[in-house]
Design a protein around this ligand. Structure first.
Ligand code: ASP
Ligand code: MG
Length: 413
């Protein structure tokens, strides 16, 4: 009998009625002769509420208001504990044998980076035996156990990662991610009503889509799927028969268009250092304090020096990291030796993604031409083998995404 993993997101388990609907989908898989592990998120809105509570609790005149991350994890992991128990109760009430498994019970061993821990191992012998015996395993997503037997969480959206890791760990033949959309689209349908659902997308493309702003799957879940070659399907809890999107190997995609999808992210900030000395060691002087401050630098551009002595250097990071980045730069102003620093958060990143890009020349040029025709200025460009990203003024994001969607012939007929 094949084993399958199913995952249900927050809107799919938002109340008892929906949990009953989910239990029905699980029951149907069991009746089809499958052994099943189900991974659940917290009810929608729950995790946000828990996060807000931790922030409130940490506020006092004596401290900065940042909660201890180990206790933060204890609190925010609670949402998934509730849905796992409720789904197990519902399944049993429907005559389907089931039990809940919390992260520490599986166990899902993680790193000690509380708040965004990485899964390191998943022994799961007991859970595998239970599944083998025909019992449905209902796993609390998002949570694990860190060294020292402390509760950990995998970062926001982390129950996708739990699901793919569970699928890989139990040798599931596939991992079905049930959510509130019926698959992965060529771009955000809220911006482009003519966006199309993709039947298939290569792991590499999905990885870029997720890390460049598409919100369907947590990036880490795609990495694990790619590493372990887990076939992942994204489909709707409410219209599961529509077909969804399959994440698969590149070789399984026959028609490779130059561009498969367009992603965007408004969570961007830009910092420019003016008149930094143009000499060896300067990039290191700038980026090591940033790394020490935990800032993830994304795009970087350094201009040629006009006078042979100094140049400008621009980089981007997330908006949440902007203040930390500025503080790190200003603290090390002497070592770096710039004249002044400017910054803005009114920027956004738009990216075109496609494995077909490798074989089609001129793909980037179409992007630049399309943006210029709309009068949109490109501030920074970065490329990889299968993507081109540009930084533009935030006010033009929707215009840019729509124009590019048409230019690459992605619009639905
Ligand atoms: N409940 C967690 C969150 O809201 C994890 C998840 O839903 O994937 O981020
Ligand atoms: Mg999610």
């Amino acid at each position: 009998m094949p084993t399958i993993a199913m995952k249900f997101g927050g809107t799919s388990v938002a109340d008892i009625e929906r949990i009953r609907h989910v239990a029905g989908l699980v029951k149907a898989e069991v009746e089809r002769g499958n052994k099943v592990a189900v991974v659940v998120s917290a009810m929608s809105g729950e995790t946000n509420k828990l996060v807000a509570w931790t922030n409130d609790a940490a506020k006092s005149s004596a401290n900065t208001g940042i909660p201890d991350q180990r206790e933060y994890d204890v609190v925010v992991a609670a949402g998934e504990q509730i849905t796992a128990g409720l789904l197990a109760i519902t399944l049993n009430a429907m005559g389907v044998k089931a039990r809940s498994w919390l992260g520490w019970q599986v166990p899902i061993d993680t790193s000690a980076v509380h708040g965004s821990a990485r899964i390191e191992a998943m022994p799961a012998a007991g859970m595998k035996r239970a599944i083998e015996s025909g019992e449905v395993a209902v796993v609390a997503g998002f949570q694990g156990v860190a060294p020292g037997a402390r509760i950990s969480t995998l970062g926001r959206g982390g129950s996708d990662t739990s699901a793919v890791a569970v699928a890989a760990g139990i040798g599931a033949v596939r991992c079905d991610i049930y959510t509130d959309v019926d698959g992965v689209y060529t771009t955000d349908p809220r911006i482009v009503p003519k966006a199309r659902r993709l039947e298939k997308i290569a792991y590499e493309e999905m990885l870029e889509m997720a890390s460049l702003g598409a919100k369907v799957l947590q990036t880490r879940s795609v990495e694990i799927a790619m590493l372990h070659r887990v076939p992942v399907r994204v489909l709707s809890t409410f219209t599961p028969d529509v077909g969804g999107t399959l994440l698969c190997d590149e070789e399984d995609i026959v028609e490779k268009k130059p561009v498969t999808g367009i992603a965007y992210s408004r969570d961007e900030a830009k910092i420019t250092l003016h008149k930094v000395p143009d000499k060896p060691g300067v990039a290191s002087a700038i980026f090591s304090p940033l790394a020490d401050a935990g800032v993830n630098v994304d795009m970087i551009v350094q201009n040629v020096s006009e006078d042979g002595n100094t140049t400008d250097l621009t980089f981007t990071c997330t908006r949440g990291e902007l203040n930390r980045a500025l503080a790190a730069i200003e603290t090390h102003a002497k070592d770096i030796g710039y004249r002044d620093v400017t910054h803005t958060a009114d920027v956004a990143k738009v990216s075109i993604i496609g494995i077909g890009m490798r074989a089609h020349p001129g793909v980037a040029q179409t992007m630049f031409r399309t943006l210029s025709e709309k009068g949109i200025n490109i501030q920074v460009i970065s490329t990889s083998e299968i993507k081109v990203s540009v930084l533009i003024a935030e006010e033009y994001v929707e215009l840019a995404v729509r124009a590019l969607h048409s230019a690459y012939e992605l619009d639905a007929a």
